[in-house]
Design a protein around this ligand. Sequence first.
Ligand SMILES: Cc1cc2nc3c(=O)[nH]c(=O)nc-3n(C[C@H](O)[C@H](O)[C@H](O)COP(=O)(O)OP(=O)(O)OC[C@H]3O[C@@H](n4cnc5c(N)ncnc54)[C@H](O)[C@@H]3O)c2cc1C
Length: 383
Amino acid sequence: MTTTADVVIIGGGIMGASTAYHLAARGCRNVVVLESGEMFGLGSTGLNAGGVRHQFSTPVNIELSKLSIGMMERFADDMGQEVALRRCGYLFLLDSDDDVGRFRANVALQNHHGVPSELLAPADIARRVPEVDLAGIVGGTWCARDGLVDPNGLLQGYITQARRLGATLHTRAAATAIDRTDGGAYTVTTPIGDFTAPAVVIAAGPWSAQVGALAGIDVPIQPIRRQIAVTNPMPQLRPDFPFVIDFSRALYFHREGAGLLTGMSNRNEPPGFNTNVDENWRVTHLENAVARLPMLADADLLAEWAGLYEVTPDDQPILGRLPHADGLFICAGFSGHGLMHGPAAGLLMAEEILDGCAHTIDIDPLRWGRFAAGAVTAELNVV
Ligand SMILES: Cc1cc2nc3c(=O)[nH]c(=O)nc-3n(C[C@H](O)[C@H](O)[C@H](O)COP(=O)(O)OP(=O)(O)OC[C@H]3O[C@@H](n4cnc5c(N)ncnc54)[C@H](O)[C@@H]3O)c2cc1C
């Protein structure tokens, strides 16, 4: 059986769902989302830390955050779905003068874009987080407008509203082939049938290189394992404890329910699809976490899991139409900060597909062509 659509989106995480919703909201209702999993959100979207922040080092990421977080503020009213946006603030801890210099420049850029972030001296940090051991910390940055959001609420909001507006979203529908038809459209083959459309969006997160290969495209996105631990309730943890990032260690923690969520990125993790918890890295991670937040020594672990970052060479997403053939688009490679940029990315993809070019934000720095043109500016605030 072949189904005809206006747009086929491959991947049912935050990018696919947000893109489907924004297309449908603009009146493009014959949209199909193909998700390989048994449920939506079993990829990175269901496994992340829920952090949302404005503190980035590139103008385009700061603008994506401003647009997305504004959409999250209005989400309950616009989408009929609570997303528990909580502005607990993000605190970056820095242990070298070089990093302080880089973050000073970042703060100036963020302020220029209207973000009220600030540089903090160690004494200011100690007042803000007396629970944290600041050994070796020489400075930090803070933005009170950063915080946390419920990933599942965001995803379900987009899925529900996309369906209400007429989009069709399938699970157990892995794309296994992408072929060009004689008329210039694409046929996407899945176990539940074939889907033909003039426009196809690759939104398969860490699996985007595999999906790109179906269309003969070498997508520079690698899956990198990242793991998280969550504790049982910690009564001594105050409700307004912020999202704290020890930048050089790529270690972070924030309040999660009545407990604490903590993660630490292994910068030597090889690319791959393994999502087993790395027992050795868990030891390194928890030792570092307890050193920074000594009250953690008394906590019990409630849950642990690993998921995949979808990493590009410059830690920036790849957005927009692909130059390889008319009608092919990509919305992937958010390199560990895609949940927070999903709302904006879907809106921009709808503009790119329906209007010919995204316009709410200039996405030229994120287009495929930047790699060949050598116009690459890496995002520095990656954890
Ligand atoms: C441990 C961890 C912590 C993170 N913390 C944060 C954070 O605090 N804040 C933040 O903003 N981001 C965070 N992220 C990153 C964020 O989760 C991702 O950037 C975002 O979820 C990417 O969304 P996506 O839709 O591109 O990918 P995904 O959610 O992975 O969705 C892609 C979907 O494509 C499907 N798929 C794959 N192959 C096929 C195929 N052939 N056919 C059909 N479907 C296919 C997959 O099943 C998957 O559901 C974190 C990620 C991890 C792993």
